[in-house]
Write a protein that binds this ligand. Structure first.
Ligand code: KIV
Length: 266
């Protein structure tokens, strides 16, 4: 399926300083609404484990479930680029990552896969890229690793923490990642990565200095059970309809109004 937003579009947007608007979706109806709002990148995130399936985290999500939701979303998109997460342990080495990407792209219709990675996984990113798989490398907070990392915490704090995250950014970009996605970083660290690395950088909880922003759709509609993450904003409360909330989010990212100071970490 060829849509109008491509990897080349995202590169051009970075070069021209045009903010990239990204959002998650997991079903056909919301995918259509998100596409109509002019969102550039739609992510079928393994966050569906929490917001669709009601699990405490993303670990239980399977490859088959990701492929199913990707097929649903693919039918709703005309314009946006469709990115799908490689779920936990579906990418533990290059071979498994290639096999999983094959399922998501061939049977799901994904146009890019997202892998949670640090410099250690750069060879896996390189293998995907060599095989012609468009790749987004997700680092900083990696939700698939929260059991190891000790919770959902801001990453990259302090000099050593910042240097480690910068080293991840360089290694993943050098390995051929087409997009970098950073989660829960101090805003000034994300801005350093954006300035240093040629690859488009999308942030969540990483401040306004990224090339683009992404949120989980339930968070920005204010329908996530429990407490919403501090870096999100309830656009539905501001606007009163889902379609207007999605358009308001796209407009707020493009105009630089979102994220504001209160959504950022130091
Ligand atoms: O799974 C997901 O929704 C994500 C976002 C938090 C970027 O990875």
């Amino acid at each position: 399926m060829s849509r109008s937003v491509s990897v080349a579009t995202l590169r051009r947007m970075k070069r021209e300083g045009q903010p990239i608007v990204a959002l998650t979706a997991y079903d056909y109806a919301l995918a259509r609404a998100v596409d109509e709002a002019g969102v550039d990148v739609v992510l079928v995130g393994d966050s569906l484990g929490m917001v669709i399936q009601g699990h405490a985290g993303t670990v239980p999500v399977t490859l088959e479930e990701m492929a199913y939701h990707t097929r649903c979303v693919a039918r709703g998109l005309d314009r946006a680029l469709l990115m799908t997460d490689l779920p936990f342990l579906s990418d533990f080495d290059a071979r498994s990552a290639l096999e999983s990407a094959s399922v998501l792209m061939k049977s799901g219709g994904a146009q890019m896969v997202k892998i949670e990675a640090t410099a250690e996984q750069a060879p896996i990113v390189a293998a995907l890229s060599r095989a012609g798989v468009p790749v987004c490398a997700h680092f900083g907070l990696r939700p698939q690793r929260v059991l190891q990392m000790g919770g959902y915490r801001v990453q990259g704090r302090g000099e050593d923490g910042a240097e480690a995250v910068l080293a991840d950014a360089r290694a993943l970009a050098d390995a051929g990642a087409d997009v970098l996605l950073v989660e829960c970083l101090p805003a000034n660290l994300a801005a350093r990565i954006q300035a240093e690395v040629d690859v488009p950088l999308i942030g969540i909880g990483a401040g306004p200095g990224c090339d683009g922003q992404i949120l989980v759709i339930q968070d920005m509609l204010g329908i996530t059970p429990g407490q919403a993450p501090r870096f999100s904003h309830d656009f539905l409360a501001d606007t009163g309809s889902i379609q207007s909330a999605l358009s308001a989010y796209a407009e707020a990212v493009r105009s630089g109004q979102f994220p504001a100071r209160e959504h950022c970490f130091d």
